[in-house]
Design a protein around this ligand. Structure first.
Ligand SMILES: [Zn+2]
Length: 278
């Protein structure tokens, strides 16, 4: 039903031109989806997002996923599409609204002793952050997948993306992914075909596997007890990446799934839903 209504939206929008926007309202930490008949890009908030071809769609259309940073405040904005037709540039402007994700809040009391990291730990945290950012900002101009995404686990979600973390009443951070209930040793599978770009024990995320799905889309699978893949491996959808665990800075075993689109952290559940509308 969802798919049918989406197609209707596209058909209606398509009568006005060759570029369509799925929804003109998106909350912070989530993504827009656009469709085009031809190649080109979307300009939003000072950055460009390429329309990429996909063979998932029988009409051989191009799609663009445009992420909205979590810390973006609600406001009216615009998406400008630039598409190429017979060597000619075509421009189209879509008025959009960035809404408040209405994420829940979590008040944390900080124990100064626990919040203090050693100099060595700080150096490690900075190095791991830099390494991950370099990966996320590497855009592979090709999608590795040609079928809808699946979830790495079908267990209960114990903590959704976006929960605000307030320290003494001020927003300091937020829950950067989706947590799935998983006792230690539960297989974690890849959401789609992709390439493993990092297999590493990290300070916060513990044993982590990052998979590049192409076109700027990355998923991270964290806190594993065991790895089942190596860096550089091409994995298939449903292939076991590792077993769940409680490595890194966690209070118990679970899977934390993170998502990045063109270097921007987004809600993995909404991203997968959106990709599956293609
Ligand atoms: Zn988490």
């Amino acid at each position: 039903m969802k798919r049918i209504s989406f197609l209707l939206v596209l058909l209606v929008s398509f009568s006005f031109g060759d570029v369509a926007l799925l929804k003109n309202k998106v909350s912070n930490g989530r993504c827009f989806l656009l469709k085009s008949d031809t190649s080109g890009y979307v300009a939003f908030s000072g950055k460009r997002y390429k329309f990429f071809p996909t063979i998932l769609d029988k009409s051989y259309a191009y799609y663009a996923i445009v992420p909205v940073n979590y810390y973006t405040k609600p406001h009216s904005d615009k998406l400008v599409t630039v598409t190429f037709e017979d060597e000619e540039k075509k421009y189209k402007t879509f008025r959009v609204k960035i809404t408040d994700g209405k994420y829940k809040s979590e008040r944390l009391r900080v124990n100064p002793k626990k919040a203090h990291f050693s100099k060595q730990a700080k150096i490690r945290i900075a190095r791991e952050y830099k390494e991950a950012q370099k990966i996320y900002n590497t855009i592979t101009p090709e999608a590795f997948w040609d079928r809808p995404f699946i979830f790495p686990m079908t267990t209960k979600i114990t903590s959704p993306f976006g929960t605000k973390r307030l320290f003494n009443g001020s927003l300091k951070s937020y829950h950067s992914g989706t947590d799935f209930r998983a006792k230690t040793g539960t297989p974690i599978v890849s959401a789609n075909d992709g390439q493993v770009v990092l297999v590493k024990k990290r300070f916060f995320a513990g044993n982590s596997v990052l998979v590049n799905y192409g076109e700027g889309i990355y998923l991270g699978y964290f806190h594993m007890s065991r790895f089942k893949v190596k860096k550089g491996d091409f994995v298939k959808q449903g292939q076991v990446l590792g077993l769940s665990g409680a490595t890194g800075r966690v209070t118990g075993p679970h899977l934390h799934l993170g998502a990045k689109v063109w270097g921007v952290q987004v809600d993995p559940m909404q991203l997968i839903e959106l990709l599956n509308q293609i």
